[in-house]
Structures are given as C-alpha cells and as structure tokens.
Design a binder for this molecule. Structure first.
Ligand SMILES: Nc1ncnc2c1ncn2[C@@H]1O[C@H](COP(=O)(O)OP(=O)(O)OP(=O)(O)O)[C@@H](O)[C@H]1O
Length: 322
C-alpha cells in the first residue's frame, strides 16, 4: 500500500485583488499533480526554479491549504480528523536554508525537543534530554550541542539539527526541500550520505526535491519531473535519467555537467520558462519544444501510462507509440 498518495493536487495563490478586495489575479503554482510515495522509498521531484516543487510539497504536507485534490495517508483521506492527526506526525519536512529555518533565540536542545513538547511526548525534562541526545547522535552531533545556539554552528551542522528535529516524532516520511543546495559541495555529500544511512536505519521514505537532476538520480528510486506546475514525466530513476521520454526531461539532462572535458553540451531545447501569468495554451512546454506540432499548441496532453511505473504527458511521445 502507498504510504502517501497525492491525488490531483492543485494549488492556486491569489496574486491580486480588485478595489473591493475580491481576487482578480490567480497563480496556479501546482496543477493536477498526482504522486504516490511508498514506505521506505525515495521519490525525487525535479524541475527548474519556480515550477512548483516546494508548493507541491507544502500543499501535500498541509502547510498550504489545497485548492483541489486529496491527500491519502495509508489509503485514508487526510480530510478526516483521525487520519489528519496521524498524518501530521508521520510526515516531517526539512528545508533548504538551514540559516533561516531554525529559531536563533532557541538552543539546539529546545529546537529539537519542541515537537516532542507540542505533542506532549517525553513529559519530563530528563526524558527529553535523553531523547535529544539520541537524536543528536543519530545526526553525528555531540550531546553538548544541545546547550548551544544555531549561530554557533556551520551550515552543514545546522542542517543536521534540522534533520534531528524532523526525526523527533519518529516520522515515516520526510520531505526534503532542496536540503543541500545552500551547502558547500563536500558538505552536500556528507548530508546526502547521512540521509541515506538514516533511511536504512529507520525505514524512512523521502520526497527529495531538487533542481539538480544528477543529485535526484543519485538518491531516488523514482523520479518525477515538474514543469510550470505540472508533472510531465514519472518513472524509475535510472529509466528517467538514462532514457528520458519528455523533451523537457531531455533538456534537463543535457544541462547536467559531465566530468569529461571533451564532452560538448548538447542543448536540445532553448528558451525561458514562461511566467505564471502567461501560461501557454495546449502543452505548456510547446514554446520551448523542438517537437511541437499544431496539436501541442491547441491541446493539453493527457497524463499517460506508457509502461508499468512509467508515465508521461507529451503528444510527441504518444504519437511515436513509445
Ligand atoms: N505564497 C505565494 N504567493 C504567490 N505565489 C507564490 C507563492 N509561493 C509560490 N508562488 C508562485 O508559485 C510558483 C511555484 O513556486 P515554488 O516555490 O513552488 O517553485 P519551486 O519549483 O519550488 O522553485 P524554487 O526552487 O525556486 O523554490 C512560482 O510562480 C511562485 O512565484
């Protein structure tokens, strides 16, 4: 059974109001995205900045109210109070910026134990101290770190504190929103390896969000590719990375740096992402797509299963019968 299933999730933001305060300008940050996460697996979500990755994660988590769709937790609709309560504990999030996501006025011990206090777990101070120590050890920080403040730590150490806090409630799934992009490359490797170790030890599932397709490929069992709020491709990680179907995924892969100095980057498609207020008709990717036909300009492609576990929304792929 799926641990979490996002079904047809849509999220719109009000971006302008008329003189009576009525919304007259709306941004659709996420449109009709369905994605399931199974117990213990990592699903990567990739796409350029502004394509709606963070909004999707925050909406599925319940940090943003959804405009449409359903979130199921172990098959139960999280609109129901009981399922919602269990779900809130089961899924936690770690954020991109370890500098701003931790309250600078709180000690690391208080930051990590705050969720325990909010849920009435570990009622005594000594129980909380022991739990905090165990959590610090899990993320390779020393017990003394609990008495110190976030500014006394490096970026990588602060991200470890964020991870320890996310683990405090023993979640089954952690949404990792660009968890390493603010860190130095050597620290990125350490954090990714630690996330993998924690996954093994604790049986965690991850939704791993990044604009870096190579990194997403490195950590994920399955990869979803987003463009302008839509999911355009989904499949097993190796398949999406080595045999992409959607022209946009091919564009992302052509942009992945190669270690070979003789390698010439093959730019498959060019052009800027349209703004959220001038979303193209038909397939939203058609202005940048080298395979675009009249049909792509007119008709939005359907989300199609092309083989087991493999989905894509593209007229060209459908017509070639892949
Ligand atoms: N609170 C908000 N109010 C209005 N528009 C928003 C809000 N949050 C996000 N958006 C818009 O929704 C779209 C998707 O943004 P989102 O941050 O989810 O993308 P992203 O893929 O996570 O990009 P990044 O990696 O830069 O965070 C963008 O057009 C953004 O401007």
């Amino acid at each position: 059974m799926n641990l979490i299933e996002a079904v047809h999730i849509t999220k719109q933001f009000v971006a302008g109001r008329d003189w009576l305060g009525r919304p007259n300008k709306v941004v659709t940050a996420v449109r009709d995205v369905s994605l399931a996460i199974r117990p213990g697996e990592t699903v990567g979500l990739v796409g350029e900045s502004g394509c709606g990755k963070s909004t999707f994660a925050r909406t599925v988590l319940g940090l943003y109210e959804k405009t449409g769709g359903q979130v199921l937790y172990k098959g139960r609709d999280t609109a129901e109070a009981d399922a919602a309560k269990a779900y809130r504990r089961c899924v936690q999030m770690i954020f991109q910026d370890p500098y701003s996501s931790l309250d600078p006025r709180m000690t690391v011990g208080d930051i990590i134990s705050e969720p325990l206090r909010n849920y009435g777990l570990c009622p005594t101070a000594s129980e909380r101290r022991k739990t905090v120590e165990a959590l610090l050890e899990m993320v390779d920080l020393r017990a003394e770190a609990a008495q110190r403040y976030p500014h006394e730590f490096s970026g990588g150490q602060r991200q470890r504190v964020g991870i320890a806090r996310a683990l405090a409630l023993k979640p089954e799934c952690v949404f990792c929103d660009e968890p390493i992009s603010a860190l130095d490359v050597s620290v990125q490797v350490q954090i990714v390896n630690m996330l993998k170790r924690l996954q093994q030890e604790l049986g965690l599932a991850y939704l791993f969000i990044s604009h870096d397709l190579a990194m997403v490929h490195h950590v994920s069992r399955r990869i979803g590719v987003m463009y302008l709020g839509r999911l355009v491709e989904l499949g097993p990680g190796g398949d999406v990375f080595h045999r992409p179907l959607h022209p946009y995924t091919k564009l992302l892969i052509s942009a992945v740096p190669r270690p070979d100095p003789g390698y010439k980057r093959r730019v498959v498609v060019e052009g800027e992402i349209p703004g959220p207020f001038d979303v193209p008709s038909g397939c939203v990717f058609h202005p940048r797509c080298p395979y675009a036909s009249d049909r792509c300009r007119r008709e939005e492609p359907l989300w199609r299963k092309v083989r087991p576990e493999r989905y894509v929304a593209c007229h060209a792929v459908a017509e070639e019968g892949l």
